[in-house]
Design a protein around this ligand. Structure first.
Ligand code: PEP
Ligand code: MN
Length: 337
């Protein structure tokens, strides 16, 4: 439920209203920005009679929010959320590019790729240490060693790092060293993991589940937000459809849909969405044209011999060319890069 506060509202009356909300057993979320002054009531408010708030002079309007997600809802937070990570403002007018290999394979590999993507203008280095593979016989990542190598690459190139967490066993280590903690598509509905991440203040990159609806993605974000962590970045990475030419089907329409429904930043992963390296460029360009705040792209210096996802990884030269084209599209749609 949303209480729209009028411009000349009496502060004491607002305090009284907040006390009333608390007495009913709910939390009041006050947002007072530019043209908005809102009190959001978080939780299942279906039993509250809106009339009990309509009596106050301070309240212009009482709105019942139909959607099950509240904190992620744009109604509760009309202005875009901007997440500042090492001075890169994700969700601002500036497009943010994350790039790197699917998985960390060796010291030379991660260092070489890190230097290359940095040179081309990437703001973050990605690389999996713990890999969620469909087959237990496939390469599972270098695990602890992979994380150490990623941290080493960060020290050398000063690119902040993004990497996937699969269980809370390593949470402290991730909180200490990782700049953006990724939750993979397969773990989007691992609610215990989401709740624990919600207790940290680390930016979380939440990927859309393999067959999840937009509402399910926003509900997953709600688990993190509700614990107090407001730094959630959503990622469209393709969904499962009947089409099998591509690895997944990139749901470009999810970008404007999420932007309308939520205030959270949205980025796109054209690599996992298509599974084909030559489709990464057109889909990356289309994503920025459609309003994405950034991209996460797999880049490998030797894709033919990559231990994971070589067929969807672009080479550093190609990445550099893509970055030039992305700037043109970004500028054409009024964004900076
Ligand atoms: C990844 O980014 O390495 C990954 C495994 O992606 P997803 O969870 O989207 O499949
Ligand atoms: Mn991958």
């Amino acid at each position: 439920m949303l209480l729209i506060i009028n411009k000349n509202a009496d502060k004491n009356e607002i305090t009284t209203i907040i006390e009333k909300i608390n007495k009913l057993g709910f939390e009041a979320n006050e947002i007072n920005e530019l043209n908005y002054h809102i009190l959001g009531i978080i939780g299942d408010t279906s039993k509250i009679d809106p009339g009990i708030f309509e009596v106050y002079k301070a309240i212009d309007k009482v709105m019942v929010v139909q959607e099950p997600y509240k904190k992620a809802n744009r109604l509760f937070h009309p202005i875009n959320t901007v997440i500042d990570v090492n001075n890169v403002k994700i969700g601002s007018n500036e497009i943010c590019i994350i790039a790197g290999p699917c998985s960390v394979e060796s010291k030379t590999q991660i260092l070489t790729i890190s230097e290359e993507v940095k040179k081309a203008g990437a703001k973050f280095l990605r690389g999996g240490a713990f890999k969620p593979r469909t087959s237990p016989y496939s390469f599972q990542g270098l695990k602890d060693e992979g994380l150490k190598l990623l941290i080493y690459a960060k020290e050398q190139t000063h690119l902040p790092i993004v990497t996937e967490i699969m269980s809370t066993d390593y949470l402290d280590l991730y909180v200490e060293h990782v700049d953006i903690i990724q939750v993979g598509a397969r773990n989007m509905q691992n609610y215990e993991l989401l709740k624990q991440l919600g207790k940290t203040n680390k930016p979380i990159l939440l990927k859309r589940g393999l067959s999840s609806t937009i509402e399910e993605l926003l509900m997953a974000a709600e688990y993190i937000l509700l614990e107090g962590n407001e730094k959630v970045i959503l990622c469209e990475r393709g969904i499962r459809t009947f089409e099998n030419y591509t690895r997944n089907t990139l749901d470009l329409s999810a970008i404007p849909a999420i932007k309308k429904l939520s205030h959270l930043p949205v980025i796109v992963d054209p690599s996992h969405a298509t599974g084909r390296w030559w489709m990464v460029e057109p889909m990356a360009l289309a994503s920025i044209a459609a309003g994405a705040d950034g991209l996460i792209i797999e880049v490998h210096n030797d894709p033919e011999n990559a231990l994971c996802d070589g067929n969807q990884s672009i080479k550093p030269e190609k990445f550099q060319q893509l970055m030039e084209k992305l700037k043109l599209i970004a500028n054409a749609v009024g964004r900076d890069m």
